[in-house]
Design a binder for this molecule. Structure first.
Ligand SMILES: Cc1cc2nc3c(=O)[nH]c(=O)nc-3n(C[C@H](O)[C@H](O)[C@H](O)COP(=O)(O)OP(=O)(O)OC[C@H]3O[C@@H](n4cnc5c(N)ncnc54)[C@H](O)[C@@H]3O)c2cc1C
Length: 470
């Protein structure tokens, strides 16, 4: 059956039936059993109602679903891990092209290469690579999608040692807006390869990725050092220089918060303001004691740092960050950890609706700096710290309180932040904010790519480089 002959104005039973006939995967249309689950994404505050969700079984399903969408002039949302915080992977009306059933990782241990199907999650890649003592540097929560994370950049526990996820990307198989399957790499469609590494959701549907892998022992040293809030300034004094002085194997996160009742805080710290320093040292275990000595010398009241299987580390936050809870999460990059920023961060972290809201930061630098800034569309390599405001809650009646807290925190952080930002970390933005996030030169290059590869703006559920923008 030729889908394009079904060019009827509104999507109805006939059209949905036609799609069902040509796809090997499953179609769930509005009103059918399973519709609620099919339209659900990770962030429970996102509540959209697509006409139809197409669970693609393979690449030809992706092509057919896209052709169908174009023939019926449907809004297209592309979904892999479903973790877009603003909910870009589900639309109102239109079609969700879902890749979550196109999942799997093949590792070539000799060549140190992983081939990753487009709907895989980080845990799939971590497990497959670690089975050979290898790793791809990815994000920190195992149920996050490889696709969305990679196409934005990919920051995580190993970024100072092995760079961003995009720095290990070798190639992408992409379904383009006109339904072609193209390979994108440094040798093929090189300009598009540049754009995919930082603004990738704009240009097509990635059905598989190829990554370089790197050696990693199965056990790293990780955990939290928790201090009385009075030590926050001394702690910041140590962390301040780390992006430029710490060994590449060490990534340190700091947050300031009201202690929650869960481990590793314990009942003694519940409800008290504390400074938390979480460390991941992915180097020789015998060196860890020396590397961490200055942090321990400050006298943490809790020290949970110790040898930890890397795979466990990567799953440690999976439950707190579970699907369907309600989230606020935005980020920015700063070039220094000033006393003024510290004061703002502490103030915003103790004046919270509950202990489940906090401001935090993570050290950058290391291998991220060794890739020339212009080499990828990712725009924030000059940042020294990645600062985030994060909150999680469950009751919709609490939305206003948490969203107001989050917006207040990000407004207070804004004067310290670089204009450059990370697509995976921003809320919905206008053209000018997006242009500033990439910078004029990068944005102009992205605009040219968009006009070439997606002139009709089929892929617009993302931080959208609009082809009609001037
Ligand atoms: C719990 C959690 C932890 C996180 N941790 C980190 C972290 O440690 N480091 C970090 O850098 N980021 C992190 N992030 C941010 C994360 O990188 C982004 O939310 C990312 O977009 C998620 O990708 P996804 O495939 O799960 O999302 P989706 O919601 O499926 O997609 C996100 C965007 O990518 C597009 N997209 C999805 N699949 C494809 C595809 N196959 N081809 C083309 N476009 C596609 C979507 O249309 C959408 O615009 C985290 C997010 C969450 C929710």
């Amino acid at each position: 059956m030729d889908l394009l002959s079904y060019a009827i104005p509104a999507l109805g039973d006939v059209a949905t039936r036609a799609l069902r006939e040509v796809l090997d995967g499953e179609i769930v249309a509005r009103g059918e059993a399973g519709y609620h689950a099919a339209r659900t994404v990770w962030n429970g505050t996102v509540d959209r109602q697509p006409e139809v969700v197409a669970y693609c079984a393979d690449v030809s399903d992706v092509v057919m679903a896209l052709r169908f969408a174009r023939a019926h002039d449907l809004v297209v949302a592309v979904r892999s891990g479903g973790h877009s915080v603003p909910g870009f992977s589900v639309c109102d009306g239109g079609i969700v092209i879902d890749l979550s059933r196109i999942r799997g990782v093949e590792v070539d241990p000799t060549g140190r290469i992983a081939r990753v199907a487009g709907g895989s999650v980080l845990g799939d890649l971590d497990a497959a690579a670690q089975a050979h003592g290898l790793v791809c540097p990815v994000g920190a929560v195992a149920h996050t999608g490889v696709a969305g994370l990679t196409l934005g950049g990919g920051l995580g526990h190993l970024m100072r040692r092995y760079g961003l996820t995009i720095d290990s990307l070798r190639a992408v198989e992409l379904v383009t807006a006109d339904g072609r399957c193209v390979r994108v790499s440094a040798d093929q469609n090189a300009d598009l390869f540049w754009g995919l590494r930082g603004a990738g959701a704009n240009f097509g549907i990635a059905t598989s990725f190829e990554f370089d892998l790197h050696p990693l022992e199965p056990v790293v040293v990780a955990g939290s050092l928790i201090y009385d809030i009075e030590r926050a300034s001394e702690l910041a004094g140590l962390v301040r220089t780390m992006p430029d002085t710490a060994p590449d194997e060490l990534v340190v996160s700091m947050s300031w918060r009201i202690g929650p009742a869960r481990p590793p805080f314990g009942p003694g710290l519940a409800g008290r303001p504390v400074a938390v320093c979480s460390v991941v040292y992915a180097g020789p275990i015998r060196e860890a004691e020396r590397v961490l000595r200055p942090l321990r010398a400050l006298g943490p009241v809790v020290d949970s740092v110790g040898p930890t299987p890397y795979i466990d580390l990567q799953r440690r936050s999976d439950n707190v960050m579970a699907w369907g809870r309600r989230y606020y999460w935005k980020g920015a990059f700063v070039t220094e950890l000033s006393d003024e920023l510290l004061e703002v961060a502490i103030h915003r972290s103790v004046d919270v609706p509950s202990p489940n809201a906090a401001v935090g930061l993570m050290t950058l630098g290391g291998a991220i700096d060794r890739v020339p800034d212009r080499e990828t569309a990712f725009a924030a390599r000059a940042g020294r710290f990645w600062v985030t405001a994060e909150a999680v809650w469950d009751d919709p009646d609490d939305d206003d309180a948490y969203l107001a807290w989050g917006r207040g925190a990000m407004t207070a952080i804004a004067p310290f932040a670089m204009d450059r930002n990370y697509a995976n970390d921003m809320g919905r933005t206008g053209v000018e904010t997006l242009r500033a996030a990439y910078g004029d030169e990068r944005y102009a290059r992205l605009l040219a790519l968009k006009r070439h590869w997606d002139p009709d703006n089929v892929f617009r559920m993302n931080h959208n480089v609009r082809p009609d923008a001037t």
